[in-house]
Design a protein around this ligand. Structure first.
Ligand code: FRU
Length: 476
């Protein structure tokens, strides 16, 4: 039996070789190369301040580990280089070449209460003309530049260009414990002026983290991660949420959103802080953190040297109902190896936990199990899809997530070591979950009526060949 840390290591989800990962940061494609930065603390489980780790790829499946290029180094980011985004400026460099700008929050903590006085949040920028070497840091916004009715929680700049101007949204917590988003505007992406804020009609959580703006097919959406929504049986089931408000008037004409229009992006146990970018093919690509702040994960006590991973890159499109769809980028299909039928009345035994399982033409109810530890079930009578842990050892303290669903037609399940991503009805809904299997082989049980059910081994044999990361030590 392989050691659990090997069995739990994902092969096509980005995870650090060593240490802690949370939010994806600075997502972009620059000169053909995809860049995924992320919140990193390589000394984990020892304490350490957050910096940005860096992966780069030409094809979204073979990634290179470029270490941790951004770490605290100035008084304005003394306690952490927190989350932020990337902006590619064509012809933006002094010599007329293209320029990559990275924006992040410099976190500074003082003695005392980290909400109302013991913290400063500064918005900082670095630039790069090759995507790898970074300029000096430049502080763009300081606490004096924020409205006065906020707490010290103001962070996670997302910057984009629109009609020749630049815009930045920041997530914030007001002093009366209401979350909102600040909007800044600039002509050069360096000097920023406060333009206003976007708030919900009624309070919707005490803090909105990691704002993002999705612009697809002429539709705008504001992504936020609200904290403080009370859990209900079929919504807000995680500690913190991640979702979006459709913006029929467009982001620049919106000052208020109706909180009842908020749509959750993912129904699994482990999804937070998603970020989007437009690639050079014009695709809107989303990557989320497959984790949850302030949650305890099984991987730590087992001696695993790393904690957390990101979702696969997902293409975001707009459905006929104006809501978003998410689907693994087609590059992921290229990892499919040997195909195996899955019996709709029994299931299949797959050789390992690296699989892409597809069920088409589903009718009525469905029961699908993974190693007898994780269960997916759909009841057409209830109109509910459930994902439930049926084995405590693999559950890491989690129980069940419930998703209201009118009908189930299609399922695609990506299993990768200790991760499961379930795409429902071709990406209408997604459930992302960490799962820590205890067996080497993957036992899929299935009871459903469907036109076809099959599974592909991901990456062929041996799956370990998929460990494509070349590790460069931080600072090298
Ligand atoms: C979200 C978050 C961000 C912050 C970062 C710090 O998970 O809290 O708001 O910038 O993580 O790691």
């Amino acid at each position: 039996m392989s050691p659990t840390h090997e069995r739990w290591t994902p092969h096509f989800h980005l995870a650090p070789r060593q240490g802690w990962l949370n939010d994806p940061n600075g997502l972009c494609q620059f000169h053909g190369t995809y860049h995924v930065f992320y919140q990193s603390a390589p000394a984990w489980p020892a304490p350490g301040k957050k910096g940005w780790g860096h992966f780069a790829s030409r094809d979204l499946v073979r990634w290179e580990d470029l270490g941790e290029p951004l770490v605290p180094s100035i008084p304005e980011d003394a306690d952490g280089v927190y989350s932020g985004s990337a902006l590619v400026v064509t012809g933006g460099a002094q010599d007329g070449g293209d320029l990559l700008r990275l924006y992040y929050t410099g976190n500074v903590k003082y003695e005392g209460d980290h909400i109302h006085n013991g913290r400063d949040s500064n918005q900082v920028m670095v630039t790069s003309d090759d995507g790898v070497s970074l300029s000096e840091k430049k502080v763009l916004l300081r606490p004096k530049d924020y409205p006065s009715d906020l707490t010290r929680h103001v962070r996670d700049p997302k910057v984009w260009e629109q009609d020749g101007r630049y815009y930045m949204v920041l997530g914030a917590r007001r002093s009366d414990d209401v979350g909102d988003v600040l909007l800044y505007e600039s002509s050069d992406a360096v000097e920023w002026a406060y333009r206003g804020r976007i708030e919900s009609t009624h309070s919707f959580g005490y803090m909105w983290e990691c704002p993002n703006v999705i612009q697809v097919d002429g539709h705008d959406y504001l992504v936020v991660c609200p904290q403080g929504l009370p859990s209900e049986p079929t919504r807000w089931q995680n500690l913190y949420q991640a979702g979006y408000f459709p913006l029929p008037q467009g982001i620049l004409a919106t000052t208020q959103v109706d909180e009842t229009s908020f749509v959750e992006l993912d129904w699994g146990f482990d999804f937070y802080a998603p970020q989007v970018f437009e690639d050079e093919k014009g695709r809107c690509i989303l990557i989320g953190w497959m984790g949850m702040p302030d949650a305890d994960y099984t991987s730590a006590p087992d001696g695993l040297a790393w904690c957390h991973c990101l979702t696969v890159p997902r293409e975001v499109t707009v459905g006929e109902d104006g809501l978003l769809r998410q689907w693994p980028v087609t590059e992921i299909d290229g990892l499919r190896g040997f195909a195996q039928p899955v019996s709709p009345s029994a299931g299949a035994i797959l050789p390992h936990h690296y699989a892409d399982i597809e069920l088409l033409g589903i009718e009525g109810n469905l029961e699908m199990g993974f190693d007898g530890q994780l269960q997916l079930s759909f009841s057409a009578e209830d109109g509910l899809l459930r994902m439930a842990f049926t084995d405590e050892k693999a559950a890491s303290g989690r129980t069940e997530r419930v998703l209201p669903l009118a009908a189930l037609h299609e399922l695609r399940v990506l299993v990768d070591g200790s991760t499961v991503e379930v795409y429902v009805n071709h990406g209408e809904e997604v459930l992302s979950t960490r799962w820590f299997p205890t067996a080497d082989t993957l036992l899929v049980t299935l009871h459903a009526t469907c036109e076809s059910a099959r599974s592909w081994e991901m990456g062929g044999e041996p799956p370990r060949a998929l460990r494509r990361f070349r590790h460069v030590a931080p600072g090298a």
